[in-house]
Design a protein around this ligand. Structure first.
Ligand code: CMP
Length: 138
């Protein structure tokens, strides 16, 4: 069993596809073991995406991530990190496979509807960024 951090980004909440996105995780064998709907401040978003702080899109990305509510969840299952990334599709929706969340819902490479941890180390950091131990029930 593995855990990963998943976010439905502001564009996904605006498009009213929270249920549709969560359903895709469940249909692919992942379980939602923690979940909340929150709004990040600009500095919350900067802290979450600190690994990208030198990237040219950092300012725009953190503006986007703090412009409206998000839904954050911990997903659990076999190979949850890789499985979630497969369900999401490529970062750029133009390159995302048919049937993936980003192919079906993303606006562009930045407003790409969902985030998922990319390694066990990032999953550990990202899960702890949003949830304490009492909020995760396996
Ligand atoms: P995510 O998987 O959350 O990881 C970092 C985010 O930065 C990514 O999804 C996109 O939202 C955004 N991003 C990545 N590359 C670019 C880019 N070239 N231009 C704008 N935003 C990007």
């Amino acid at each position: 069993m593995e855990r990963t951090l998943s976010i439905i980004k502001p564009d996904g909440v605006e498009k009213n596809v929270i249920g549709e996105v969560l359903s895709r995780f469940e249909k692919n064998g992942l379980r939602v073991v923690a979940l909340k709907r929150i709004q990040l401040s600009k500095s919350d978003a900067e802290g979450f995406y600190a690994v990208h702080k030198e990237r040219p899109f950092f300012g725009s990305l953190t503006d986007f991530m703090s412009r409206g509510p998000i839904v954050v969840q911990v997903l659990e299952g076999d190979n949850a990190i890789a499985k979630n990334r497969e369900i999401m599709g490529a970062t750029n929706p133009e390159e995302a496979a048919e049937g993936t969340i980003r192919k079906d819902f993303a606006t562009n490479i930045e407003e790409n509807t969902v985030h998922g941890s990319d390694s066990p180390e990032s999953a550990d950091f990202e899960i702890k960024y949003f949830f304490n131990a009492l909020e995760i029930t396996g």
